[in-house]
Design a protein around this ligand. Structure first.
Ligand code: NAD
Length: 455
C-alpha cells in the first residue's frame, strides 16, 4: 500500500492538490467535502452559481440567448462503467466520467480526479470553469474535466495503475491530443498521467504523449510546472500593485495556505523585495512584522509538517492571520475563507486568489465596498494551465522549451490577461471577477459567431 498523501503535491492546471479526503483543499466550490466543511453545496450548487453568473453577464453584454444556452450545457458528457481486476484477483466495476464542456476555442482541457465523491454535476461545473479560464487566458483550449469514483488511498500503486489503464481504454475514443487533454487533479499525479499517456499510445500504435499534461519530465513534462501557478499568481499580484501604486519593494504580504501555491508564491514575492509578514497552514499561523524567511519557513514546514513554531515569529490564530495588515493577501488554501463574517476586517489593499473560490459572494461584496482589489481565481491561479499549454505544445512540436522561454510565456500571458481585466474593470466598474468573465465570454461569443454556431 502506498499512501498518496506521502507524495509531493502534484497539481493540475485546475489546481486541486493531492490531499486527504475531507481536508477540503480541492477546487473552489467544487467538491463535496468542501461543501460540507463550508456549508456550501455540491456540484449542483456550483453549477447553479456559475449558470447564474453566465446568464447575468450574457444578458448585460447582450450576447445572443443561444450563447448562454450553449455554455449552459456540456457539449459532450461520457459516463463509463469499467471492470478492473485488482492484485487480490477480484474484479470490481468502477464508474468514471469525462465532460467536454466546450470545444469552441480548441480541444478540451481539464483535470482528472479520483475521489469517492466524484459526481456528474461537479465534473460538469468544473469543466465549465475551465472553459472560462482558458478563454480568459487566450489559450487555444476549451474546457473539460473528468473523474473516477474510487477510494485511491485504499488502492495499491499497482491497483491504481490497473484502474488508470482500464479507464484510459474506456475513454480512449473520447480523448486525444487534438480533442481533449486531461491533466492531474485531486489524487491523480504525474505518475497517473504517465500511465494514461502510455496506455493511450499503445492503443494508437504510436507515442501520443500530448494526450495528457502534467507528465514527468522524462515523458515530455515541464520542469517549471510545479511552480507555474505561484509564479502566475505573483505576476498578477505585481501588476495589481503597480496599478494601484504600491511599490513591491517592502510590500507586506500575508499568505494563507503554505503549500505548493502559497510557499512558492512567498519565495517569488520575497525575490521581488516584498516582505512576508505572516503565513499560515491548517495547523497554525505565524506573524513577524519584520518579515519571515520564506525558504526557511518552507523547510521548517517540510520537517515539522506546519509553519507553527517557526522562529523568529509569533503564533497567531487562523482568523488573526487574515486580518494582519498588509498590502497583498494571498489566500492559497481553501474556498470560502473570506466571507461575510470577516471581510470587513481584511486589512489588505490587494487580494490575489491563489486558491479557487476563497472569497464567498457576500465577502466579495464587502471587499468591493471597501475598495480592496480582488484578483479573481480564474486569473490569479491561471499560471498552471498556461504551463499545461506549453507542455502540450512541446509534445506536439517535439521541441523542448528552454526555462527562460517558459518564464517569458508565463509572464507575457499573465500580464496581458491582467491588464485586459483591469482595464475593463476600470472602465465599467463592478468587480475584477465580473470583468474577467465578461472578457472570457466575449472571446467565446466571437468564436461562436465566426464559426457560425450562434447567429
Ligand atoms: P497544497 O495542499 O499544497 O497546500 C494547501 C495549504 O493550505 C497547506 O499548507 C494546508 O496546510 C493549508 N491549509 C489547509 N487548510 C487551511 C486552513 N484552514 N487555514 C490555513 N491554511 C490551510 O495545495 P496547493 O496545490 O498549494 O493548492 C492550494 C489552492 O490553490 C487550492 O485551492 C487549489 O485548488 C488552488 N490551485 C492550485 C493550483 C496548483 O497548481 N497547485 C492551481 C490552481 C489552483
Amino acid at each position: 500500500m502506498r499512501d498518496l498523501d506521502a507524495q509531493p503535491p502534484v497539481t493540475s492546471e485546475s489546481g486541486t492538490p493531492l490531499t486527504t479526503y475531507g481536508r477540503g483543499e480541492s477546487q473552489g466550490g467544487s467538491s463535496r467535502e468542501n461543501g460540507r466543511a463550508n456549508g456550501r453545496g455540491n456540484g449542483h450548487e456550483l453549477l447553479a452559481d456559475l449558470h447564474s453568473l453566465l446568464e447575468r453577464i450574457c444578458r448585460e453584454e447582450r450576447h445572443p440567448q443561444a450563447l448562454h444556452e450553449l455554455l449552459s450545457r456540456p457539449a459532450r458528457f461520457l459516463e463509463v462503467n469499467f471492470p478492473v481486476t485488482g492484485v487480490d484477483g477480484k474484479t470490481r466495476v468502477y464508474k468514471g466520467y469525462r465532460c467536454q464542456h466546450s470545444d469552441l476555442l480548441g480541444p478540451g482541457k481539464g483535470g482528472l480526479r479520483y475521489h469517492p465523491d466524484v459526481d456528474g454535476s461537479e465534473i460538469t461545473a468544473l469543466a465549465l470553469l475551465m472553459t472560462i479560464k482558458c478563454a480568459l487566458l487566450e489559450l487555444p483550449f476549451g474546457g473539460a474535466k473528468g473523474g473516477v469514483v474510487c477510494r485511491p488511498k485504499e488502492l495499491s500503486r499497482r491497483d491504481l495503475e490497473e484502474l488508470t489503464r482500464a479507464f484510459t481504454r474506456a475513454i480512449a475514443g473520447f480523448i486525444g491530443p487534438e480533442t481533449d487533454i486531461p491533466a492531474p487533479d485531486m489524487y491523480t499525479d504525474a505518475g497517473v498521467m504517465a500511465w494514461i499517456a502510455d496506455e493511450y499510445s499503445r492503443l494508437q500504435g504510436r507515442n501520443e504523449w500530448g494526450v495528457v499534461t502534467g507528465k514527468p519530465e522524462g515523458m515530455g513534462g515541464l520542469a517549471a510546472r510545479g511552480t507555474a501557478t505561484s509564479l502566475g499568481c505573483v505576476i498578477a499580484a505585481r501588476e495589481a500593485a503597480w496599478a494601484v501604486g504600491i511599490p513591491m519593494e517592502g510590500a507586506r504580504v500575508v499568505i494563507q495556505g503554505y503549500g505548493n501555491v502559497g510557499s512558492n508564491a512567498a519565495v517569488f514575492l520575497a525575490e521581488m523585495g516584498a516582505r512576508i509578514v505572516a503565513a499560515g497552514d491548517s495547523a497554525g499561523s505565524i506573524h513577524h512584522p519584520d518579515g519571515l524567511d520564506p525558504e526557511a519557513l518552507r523547510e521548517h514546514k517540510t520537517i515539522g509538517g506546519s509553519v507553527a513554531g517557526f522562529r523568529p515569529g509569533r503564533e497567531i490564530t487562523g482568523e488573526e492571520l487574515l486580518e494582519v495588515p498588509c498590502e497583498i493577501l494571498i489566500p492559497a488554501a481553501l474556498e470560502n475563507q473570506i466571507h461575510e463574517g470577516n471581510a470587513a476586517r481584511i486589512n489588505a489593499r490587494i487580494v490575489a486568489e491563489g486558491a479557487n473560490g476563497p472569497t464567498s459572494a457576500a465577502g466579495q461584496r464587502i471587499l468591493r465596498e471597501r475598495r480592496i482589489l480582488v484578483i479573481p481565481d480564474i486569473l490569479a491561479n491561471g499560471g498552471g494551465v498556461v504551463a499545461s499549454y506549453l507542455e502540450w505544445v512541446q509534445n506536439l512540436t517535439r521541441r523542448r522549451w528552454r526555462p527562460k522561454e517558459i518564464q517569458e510565456e508565463l509572464e507575457q500571458r499573465m500580464v496581458a490577461a491582467f491588464r485586459k481585466v483591469y482595464a475593463r474593470y476600470r472602465e465599467k466598474g463592478g468587480t475584477m471577477r465580473e470583468a474577467a468573465y465578461a472578457i472570457a465570454l466575449a472571446r467565446l461569443a466571437e468564436a461562436a459567431s465566426l464559426r457560425g454556431w450562434v447567429r
